[in-house]
Write a protein that binds this ligand. Structure first.
Ligand code: ATP
Length: 136
């Protein structure tokens, strides 16, 4: 078994989609190991998004992530890292496949940052790093 970090981002929480997203995760059979409402400060977000520092969407992304609470989830299951990313769909909600979280619920707001509802770690190394940032 494996663990990953999932975030329901501020747009997902603000739109009342937390329960729907958790429902899909649970229906798939993954296990909630820990879950908490978080209001990350800039330091936490700078650590989480270190790989994107300097990119054009970096500052808008940090601001967006501080615009309201998120839900952080420690999720476990066989191949859950790949599996959750499959549930989430591709980054751009406009072109994400129907049936995915982003494809079914994400919208293109025409903003400088993709408000794409969720985050999921992209590798075992990222998962370990991100779980320690969000859950200590
Ligand atoms: P995925 O890896 O599936 O794209 P992710 O959340 O891991 O999802 P990253 O590439 O790590 O995506 O980017 C982090 C976040 O930054 C994205 O989820 C999105 O909110 C935002 N983002 C990424 N690329 C862009 C972009 N070109 N324009 C605007 N926002 C972006």
């Amino acid at each position: 078994t494996e663990e990953t970090l999932v975030l329901v981002k501020p747009d997902g929480v603000a739109r009342g989609l937390t329960g729907t997203i958790l429902g899909r995760i649970e229906a798939k059979g993954y296990a909630l190991v820990d879950i908490r409402l978080v209001e990350p400060d800039r330091d936490v977000l700078a650590a989480h998004y270190a790989e994107h520092e300097g990119k054009p969407f970096y500052e808008p992304l940090i601001e967006f992530m501080m615009s309201g609470p998120s839900v952080a989830i420690r999720l476990a299951g066989d191949r859950v890292i790949e599996g959750f990313r499959s549930l989430a769909g591709t980054t751009d909600p406009t072109t994400a496949a129907p049936g995915t979280i982003r494809g079914d619920f994400g919208r293109d707001w025409g903003l400088k940052v993709q408000q794409n509802l969720v985050h999921g770690s992209d590798s075992p190394e990222s998962a370990a790093r991100e779980l320690s940032i969000w859950f200590g």
